[in-house]
Design a protein around this ligand. Structure first.
Ligand code: THU
Length: 130
């Protein structure tokens, strides 16, 4: 199994834990740290809606909280024909913690598209602007 396939499989498994009773839109994510460790996340919704955490941010924050710094790839898995790209808030967080990482989008039917963060978030705001 390639590195991308392993990351997709991890995101797909994490999606099973999605807590999405309000949208019923279940998302799984996985990030591969430069150390090689993989961290997974699912979306976690909330009755206020606005406090919802996306799967991507859950996965990244799990890695950060375990001491990782720097990630090289992110996978996002949904059950949609049109693959699901990270939302704007997640693009900002992915850029700040993962830099110009590979972003792998996949669905349950096996469709896969690969992007780079610099294409998804051109002209980002980050620490270099402070
Ligand atoms: N969601 C994610 O977890 N990641 C994305 O890339 C897009 C959106 C979640 C948030 C919310 O729980 C549901 O999908 C619908 O927006």
């Amino acid at each position: 199994m390639s590195g991308d396939d392993a990351l997709i499989a991890a995101a797909r498994a994490a999606r099973e834990h999605a807590y999405a009773p309000f949208s019923n839109f279940r998302v799984g994510a996985a990030v591969r740290a430069k150390s090689g460790r993989i961290f997974t996340g699912c979306n976690v919704e909330n009755a206020t809606y606005g406090l919802t955490l996306c799967a991507e941010r859950v996965a990244i924050f799990k890695g950060i909280s375990e001491g990782e710094r720097g990630f090289e790839a992110v996978a996002v898995v949904t059950d949609t024909d049109t693959l699901t790209p990270p939302c704007g808030a997640c693009r900002q967080i992915i850029w700040e913690f993962c830099g110009d990482a590979e972003v792998i989008l996949a669905n349950l039917a096996g469709r896969v598209e690969v992007y780079r963060m610099s294409d998804l978030l051109p002209k980002p705001f980050d620490v270099s602007n402070l």
